[in-house]
Write a protein that binds this ligand. Structure first.
Ligand code: NAP
Length: 350
C-alpha cells in the first residue's frame, strides 16, 4: 500500500520513516511538512536524528506541503503533525477521502474518532462508521494516545477487566525524546528532573478512560474514577516510566491475584499476525531493579510493555511501575500497528 507521512521532518515523522523501511505491507510515496520544508529534497529539509542512515530513496524525495492534492494516489497517511496545525490539515485530508492515522492530540477525544491501542480496545474501530468527513465513508481519522496513556492503558487493562478501578495516583518519569527536537534545553535537563510537562497531565485521565471504555452501537461508555497525575521530565533518552498506585473496585485476597490477571491477559490481536505486534505484549519483571528504560525500552523492537515492582500498597490496594518506548510504542510504532489492524479488519485497502 502507498502511504504518505504528514509532519515527515519532525521527530515522530522520522521515526515513521525509520520503522517503515522494509515494512512488508506499506511503502512511503509522499512526504509532507510545513512551507519551510516544502519544495526541498528531504535530506535538505530534515535534521535527521535517528541512529540509522537516512534511506537513499527517502533522502532524494521532494517534500510537499500538506494539502490534500499533494497526497493524491496514496492509500492513507500517517500524521506526526504539530498540534497547532493538525486539526485543519488532518480534517481536510479526511474530507478529501484520504484516511488519516494520527499521533496528534487534536481528534483523540472526538466521540466519533477511535483512540486506538490494538491490544486494549480493537472493537473501538467500529466508531469509524459514525464519521461524516465524506458521504461515502472513504475519509476518516484514527488516533493513537499520548505516550503515557499507551503504557498505562496496557498495564491497566487486565487490572480493570478483573477488579475494576476506583482511583489512581501516578507519577511519570518521561524521556527527553518525548519533547521532540530540539526539545528541552540541555541546561534544564542535564543532571536534573523537571517536575512539570506543559499540557501532559490533563490528557492522562480522559485518554486512558476512553481506551478502557466499552463500545456499543457507535458509543463508548467510559469508566470514571479520579486520577492524580504528576508528569516529570527526566534525563533518559527513550522510554516513559510511570509509578502507579491503584484503588481497586473489588477486594483483593493477595497480590498473586493481580499477577495472574496480568500474566493471563488474553491479547485480542495475538493471532492476527500483524507485522509490528510484539510476540509477548506484557513483560512482567520479577527482578526488583527492573524494568529500566535503557535496558528494556528497545526490546521487541520497542513495542513491548514492561511492568515491575508489582506489590500490595500501603495506600490504596496495589502499586507497580510500567514503561514503554515513547516514540515507538507511544507514537509512530503504535500508529503503524493501528494501520496494520485496520488492514486486517478491511478498513484500509488499495
Ligand atoms: P516536531 O519534531 O516539532 O515535528 C512537527 C512536524 O510538523 C514537522 O514535520 C513540521 O514541519 C510539521 N509542521 C509544523 N507546522 C506545520 C504547518 N504549518 N504545516 C505543515 N506541517 C507543519 O514534533 P514531534 O515531536 O514529531 O511531534 C509531532 C506530533 O506527535 C505532535 O502532535 C506531538 O504531540 C505528537 N506526539 C509526539 C510524541 C513524541 O514522543 N515526540 C509522542 C506522541 C505524540 P517543518 O519541519 O517543516 O517545520
Amino acid at each position: 500500500m502507498k502511504v504518505g507521512i504528514l509532519g515527515a521532518t519532525g521527530a515522530v515523522g522520522q521515526k515513521f520513516i525509520r520503522l517503515l523501511q522494509n515494512h512488508p505491507w506499506f511503502t512511503i510515496t509522499a512526504l509532507g511538512a510545513s512551507e519551510r520544508s516544502a519544495g526541498k529534497k528531504y535530506k535538505d529539509a530534515v535534521n535527521w536524528v535517528e541512529d540509522v542512515n537516512l534511506p537513499d530513496y527517502i533522502a532524494e524525495m521532494i517534500v510537499s506541503d500538506c494539502n490534500p492534492s499533494s497526497f493524491e494516489g496514496v492509500d492513507f497517511v500517517f500524521s506526526g503533525l504539530d498540534s497547532s496545525v493538525a486539526t485543519e490539515i488532518e480534517g481536510d485530508l479526511a474530507k478529501a477521502g484520504i484516511p488519516v492515522i494520527s499521533n496528534a492530540k487534536n481528534y483523540r477525544m472526538n466521540p466519533t474518532v477511535p483512540l486506538l491501542v490494538p491490544e486494549v480496545n480493537p472493537d473501538h474501530i467500529e466508531l469509524i462508521k459514525t464519521q461524516t468527513f465524506t458521504e461515502d465513508g472513504s475519509g476518516w481519522i484514527v488516533t493513537n494516545p499520548n505516550c503515557v496513556a499507551v503504557p498505562l492503558s496496557i498495564a491497566l487493562k487486565p487490572i480493570y477487566d478483573t477488579f475494576g478501578i476506583e482511583a489512581l495516583i501516578l507519577t511519570t518519569m518521561q524521556a527527553i525524546s518525548g519533547a521532540g527536537y530540539p526539545g528541552v534545553a540541555s541546561l534544564d535537563i542535564l543532571g536534573n528532573v523537571v517536575p512539570f510537562i506543559g499540557g501532559e497531565e490533563p490528557k492522562i485521565a480522559p485518554e486512558t478512560q476512553k481506551l478502557l471504555g466499552s463500545y456499543s452501537d457507535g458509543v463508548i461508555t467510559e469508566p470514571r474514577y479520579p486520577v492524580q497525575a504528576t508528569c516529570t521530565r527526566v534525563p533518559t533518552l527513550n522510554g516513559h516510566m510511570a509509578s502507579v498506585t491503584v484503588k481497586l473496585a473489588k477486594e483483593l485476597s493477595g497480590i498473586e491475584e493481580v499477577r495472574e490477571a496480568v500474566l493471563n491477559f488474553k491479547n485480542p490481536i495475538a493471532e492476527l499476525g500483524l507485522p509490528s505486534a510484539p510476540k509477548q505484549l506484557i513483560r512482567l519483571h520479577d527482578e526488583i531493579r527492573y524494568p529500566q528504560p535503557r535496558l528494556h525500552a528497545d526490546q521487541e523492537n520497542g513495542m513491548q510493555l514492561h511492568m515491575g515492582r508489582l506489590r500490595k500498597a500501603e495506600v490504596f490496594d496495589i502499586s507497580f511501575v510500567c514503561m514503554a518506548h515513547n516514540t515507538i510504542r507511544g507514537a509512530a510504532g503504535g500508529a503503524i500497528l493501528n494501520a496494520e489492524l485496520l488492514v486486517k479488519k478491511g478498513y484500509l485497502e488499495n
